[in-house]
Write a protein that binds this ligand. Structure first.
Ligand SMILES: *Cc1c(COP(=O)(O)O)cnc(C)c1O
Length: 385
């Protein structure tokens, strides 16, 4: 048996099955059906209802932020966050090439362009060193107090780093750099619910943090997202923009700007409330799985990615770094043929036709990781012993 065969049988043993093992399946072990029934009985299934308000309150509390606004999904939450950041069409937004497509798409919805900054190899998230050196090379502070890109003359309106697979990036250093250059920081924390940097929840370092509750995330409500902030004005505006910019009134329809129909429906919020109640249990279960992987892979030549000192990861998707691109391809082929679902990390955004002309800083680590990183099954295990 070589390392790949050993890995397949270890994962089958760990999940107690020889059947197909998905990458990440949702787990519904609590009040999901009860709350859904309550929603239906109340007839408040749509964007007004008690569960939406409850979820926002509970979610803000869980992440330690002052306000949360629930949206229909994480991508829309990012879109709203960027509007709130003041990003305009023709502006630039510093982000990662190594990320899920939603980050880059949301930037494009506004008509702004991404500029791709490299990541650190250990966190797989935006590198403060790379950001600092890009800004020292190309950043130009103008009299209006904002930073412009000297190569394009465009305003750098925001920075959107992403906590890859739930591993916290060096967000404190990054926040400091953004502050120095007066760049609005939005954290794409879609993957990092339950992840902390120095005991502070991810998503609370930026002026806005964004989360997703899609079917494959740590907790899910079918489709859903949220943004969090400590700024009451931003929270109010987020709620306004996500509800068609309707001026609250008992019977009249009045709107004062272009708004969006982005508010999370009560039906989804019912599911979200039930899932949030189980989050700590889900995180503990996933951590236990990660411990098993860690000890197993320490005997192989695969590097199992673990949380760094001073951070706590949610272990949403467990990740391996394989020795080479060839070995990665062989690993992907044989595990998937063997019924153990694995997948490579994303294609770099800078390699996609929509984004290939955008500026990047060379992306040395992003390219290195793109060739080697794979995800392995990471679901909650209901019968873990
Ligand atoms: C899942 C995800 C999103 C978007 O979430 P949706 O709810 O699917 O729209 C955004 N960014 C990252 C990094 C994600 O992983």
């Amino acid at each position: 048996m070589d390392s790949i065969d050993k890995t397949i049988s270890f994962i089958q043993d760990t999940f107690h099955t020889k059947d197909f093992i998905p990458l990440h399946a949702p787990y519904f072990g609590g009040n999901e059906k009860k709350y859904l029934n309550e929603t239906i009985d109340s007839t408040f299934v749509s964007s007004v209802g008690a569960f939406v308000n409850k979820f926002e309150k509970d979610f803000a509390k869980y992440t330690g932020s002052k306000f949360a606004v629930a949206c229909v999904n994480g991508t829309n939450s990012l879109h709203i966050a960027l509007i709130l950041a003041g990003v305009k069409s023709e502006d630039e937004v510093l982000s990662q090439s190594l990320t899920f497509i939603a980050t880059a798409n949301a930037i494009s919805y506004i008509g702004a362009q991404s500029v791709f900054i490299d990541v650190d190899r250990d966190t797989m998230g935006m590198s403060p060193k790379a950001l600092q050196s890009f800004l020292e090379k190309f950043g130009q502070k103008r009299e209006d107090g904002f930073t412009y890109n000297s190569t394009t003359g465009k305003k750098i309106a925001a920075c959107v780093p992403m906590h890859t697979f739930g591993f916290p990036l060096r967000i404190e250093e990054l926040a400091e750099i953004c502050k120095n250059w007066n760049i609005f920081l939005v954290e794409d924390a879609a993957e990092s619910l339950g992840s902390y940097y120095k005991s502070k929840h991810t998503g609370t370092f930026g002026r806005i943090g964004v989360f997703s509750f899609n079917g494959n995330k740590t907790i899910t409500c079918g489709g859903g997202g949220a943004l969090i902030t400590d700024d009451e004005e931003l929270a109010k505006r987020a709620k306004h923009l996500t509800t068609q910019a309707k001026i609250p009134h008992a019977w009249k329809f009045s709107h004062d700007e272009i708004g969006y129909n982005y508010r999370m429906p009560n039906l989804n919020a019912a599911l979200a409330c039930a899932q949030l109640e189980q989050l700590d249990q889900i995180l503990a279960n996933k951590r236990e799985l990660a411990e098993k992987y860690k000890s197993f892979f320490s005997e192989t030549d695969y590097h199992f990615v673990t949380e760094l000192a001073d951070t706590k990861a949610n272990y949403w998707l467990n990740a391996l770094m394989l020795p080479s691109n060839e070995e990665r391809d062989e690993f992907l082929r044989r595990t998937n043929e063997g019924g153990v679902m694995t997948r490579p990390i994303w294609d770099l955004m800078s390699s996609l036709p929509m984004f290939e002309n955008f500026q990047n800083d060379g992306l040395e680590n992003s390219k290195w990781l793109e060739e080697r990183v794979v995800n392995i099954p990471s679901s909650f295990r209901p019968s873990n012993e």
